[in-house]
Design a protein around this ligand. Structure first.
Ligand code: GLU
Length: 720
């Protein structure tokens, strides 16, 4: 299988073999005991350095370091990384004048210096511990969805505000941007085009009003129930309040509350140092813009005068709403409704693009802290209240349907913007001006629908790993390790309860690992009689299709395992149930005694590491090394990452593991070394590299012994 995400052109064995070294002072790479490390070194920084020093030449390629950030979705212009990368670039530039070779490398000292002031973010990037770990995979999926949605040409731009009635190609604009709570970014299509925020300003105005007055005061003037009517309907609730802050009447009310406290304390025309009532409206708008800027990661939103004027000229309905509310005594004292209406329309005419609005949404997803600046913009309770109302009232007359099918807090605006929040994960903005009859962007809704069909983002989706939808919070290797290896481990340990609970979660009893080993193989190998019985019952159960004779990498069936380990009563049990032998050629298990004695350490991420090695996923291997996962760690069959990388012919991973000081001759359950694997599968280059670094094997594959075939002998062995 080719490397999944590595973009390097694979280098040839000889150059790799000569490039890697495992000098005694750095043996054991990123996972050595502390005393094997250079004195005075910060272990945390050193671990990252070693994880990125692929060939152990005491330097990290600049390109590799930069690629780490691209892989996790951090942009080179990310303000947080700016200093670290800037410092490195400067040093590299200086070095470039001296020699060519060094231009590509970062020394240990420079690396330490560059990461020191940003260690937590950089560590999480190198370790792949961002909220969306497989960002490239996620981005690919979003691109696919985006292209599908682009085909949807239904709907028409809003025409009741003339400036919004885009024509021709402009009407077909389509952009999407994503910002995760870790600041991972993706932009597609017209994500840089500016548009007026319209009703997506409503949640922000509501938040500002909450910050100024608290929820109790704000909700004396505006309710929190869906209205069940159009966004600009002239209707109030039973207490003569607008139904909620996400519709026009409610947003006019929250706008009336913003800055009101200041206004009450101002002295008209003051010239004696006291705040002056004149200019209050301007200051209020400035303050709102400053808040938007903070929400956008300190980037400046724009303002569209023409949209504002266009809306003001056609705002009869909003004027009617305001007069109606004034007639009902709905406003606080001191409110001038003309001033409030203008302010409301100014808020609607603020302009953002998808990229900026995705940061706004991500700030809400992150509980009020902007992910790209780390600055708190709103209190957590403010954001919680806002997201609650976005969930129930944010999508016009489609809000109930949206909550039911999509299940995410969102707000749309008549400019075609949709701001969607996936709490604790990310913010999205989709912009496409064609609207449906309810006023929502057609493509915005389509995108959201496809998004939650593919990923378990609906707030009531099963958030655990066994949902049929993908969980972007986990990388695919983690998912595999959890679904497959945990079941196999449980079978090998005889944990029937765990097996049953996994199966109830739709994990496949016939699942197989990177060596095609199944739960039944391991239960048979480890003499777990009640587990074997359980699987026999499953196999004979009507409607279940469990094969009693799956073949592993070596052609062996579970019955072969029972024979090989000499479990006489299991052999009987399996044969009675119809199990048959395979043609497994494993090697000689007597030689494996040494392997078991070595009993390599298992660590919580052993399975992930071995899967990554078997897939040739060097990025994932590096990330696990950076987390300090021992690279020599072994599974239930004493198989290691080196075995699997060798078996699958992943030269780069083999070289990486060797360069990190891992012993080259670990033996598995059957006494096979990685060199055995490489030879068996005909990976000559890998075999050559292993031999160069001391690789040996018990015997060449040509003379591999078939697993003990004589049942009588196996029974005798068991009795002995
Ligand atoms: N400024 C628009 C209005 O008041 C906003 C409407 C909207 O986006 O829902 O009609």
């Amino acid at each position: 299988m080719p490397g999944r995400r590595e973009q390097n052109t694979p280098r040839v064995a000889s150059s790799l073999a000569s490039a890697i070294s495992a000098s005694p002072d750095v043996r054991n790479g990123g996972h050595a005991s502390a005393d094997a490390w250079p004195i005075g070194v910060d272990l945390r920084e050193e671990r990252l350095f070693r994880a990125l020093d692929d060939d152990n030449d005491q330097a990290v390629r600049l390109r590799d370091f930069e690629r780490v950030f691209a892989e996790v979705g951090l942009k080179s212009h990310d303000k947080r990384l700016h200093d670290s990368l800037g410092l490195l670039k400067h040093r590299i530039e200086t070095a470039r004048q001296v020699t060519d070779e060094i231009t590509l490398k970062i020394s240990r000292t420079d690396f330490y210096q560059a990461i020191r002031h940003n260690i937590l973010l950089i560590e999480r990037a190198v370790q792949g511990r961002m909220v969306i770990p497989d960002f490239q995979g996620f981005a690919n999926e979003l691109e696919r969805i985006f292209e599908q949605v682009r085909q949807n040409k239904a709907g028409a731009p809003a025409d009741y505000i003339p400036q919004l009635n885009l024509q021709g190609a402009a009407a077909d604009s389509f952009g999407m941007a994503l910002c995760s709570i870790d600041g991972q970014r993706l932009s597609l299509g017209d994500a840089k085009e500016f548009f007026s925020v319209q009703s997506t300003s409503k949640p922000i105005s509501y938040c500002i009003a909450l910050e100024e007055h608290g929820a109790e005061t704000v909700h004396r003037f505006v309710g929190r129930e869906p209205s069940g009517a159009g966004f600009n309907e002239i209707a109030l609730d039973k207490a003569d309040r607008p139904h909620n802050p996400m519709i026009n009447a409610g947003a006019i009310m929250t706008c009336a509350l913003i800055g009101l406290g200041d206004k009450e304390t101002l002295s008209p025309g003051s010239h004696d140092g006291l705040a002056d009532a004149r200019g209050w409206s301007g200051r209020r708008f400035d303050n709102v813009m400053k808040r938007w800027a903070k929400l956008c990661g300190n980037d400046l939103p724009r303002f569209s005068t023409s949209v504002f004027l266009s809306e003001r000229e056609t705002a009869d309905r909003n004027y009617a709403l305001a007069y109606f509310m004034r007639e009902k005594n709905a406003f606080p004292n001191n409110v001038d409704i003309h001033d409030v209406l203008e302010f409301y329309m100014q808020c609607c005419a603020i302009e953002l693009n998808c990229e900026l609005m995705s940061i706004v949404a991500a700030t809400l997803a992150n509980g009020g802290i902007c992910p790209v600046t780390g600055e708190r913009v709103f209190r957590t309770e403010t954001v919680r209240n806002c997201l609650s109302l976005m969930s129930s009232c944010g999508m016009y007359d489609f809000s109930g349907e949206f909550a039911f099918t999509i299940g995410l807090p969102a707000k749309s605006g008549v400019s075609g913007a949709v701001m969607v929040v996936v709490p604790n994960v990310a913010g999205f903005c989709i912009w496409s001006p064609r609207l449906d009859e309810l006023g929502n962007s057609v493509r915005g809704i389509d995108f959201c629908q496809r998004l939650v069909n593919a990923f378990n983002f609906h707030s009531l989706d099963d958030l655990s790993w066994h949902s049929s939808k993908k969980d972007p919070r986990m990388n695919p290797i983690q998912v595999k390790a959890r679904q497959v290896n945990e079941l196999i481990w449980a079978a090998s340990k005889g944990d029937l309860g765990a097996i049953q609970s996994q199966l109830q979660r739709d994990v496949d009893a016939a699942c197989a690992d990177y060596d095609l080993r199944t739960p039944l193989h391991l239960a048979a190998a480890e003499d777990q009689r009640h587990v074997v019985q359980f699987f026999i019952d499953e196999a004979t159960h009507q409607g279940r299709n469990l094969d009693l004779n799956p073949k592993d990498r070596w052609g062996g069936t579970p019955l072969d395992d029972a024979y090989l380990q000499g479990h006489a009563s299991l052999i009987e049990l399996l044969e009675k149930a119809g199990a048959i032998r395979g043609d497994g050629t494993y090697g000689n298990s007597d030689d494996a005694a040494g392997a078991k004695a070595q009993a390599l350490l298992d660590s919580p991420k052993t399975d992930e590491l071995i899967w990554a090695a078997s897939l040739g996923d060097i990025v994932a291997v590096r990330r696990l090394a950076a987390q300090g996962i021992p690279l020599e760690t072994a599974d239930y069959d004493y198989r290691t990452a080196l075995h699997l990388a060798a078996a699958e012919g992943h030269l780069e991973v083999v070289c990486y593991i060797i360069a990190h000081g891992v012993p080259v001759n670990p033996t598995d359950r059957w006494g096979n070394t990685p060199l055995n694997d490489a030879i068996r599968h005909g990976h000559d280059e890998v075999a050559e590299v292993l031999r160069t670094h001391g690789g040996a094997c018990r015997e060449e594959e040509t003379s591999m012994m078939r697993a003990k075939t004589d049942p009588a002998e196996a029974r005798m062995a068991a009795e002995r």
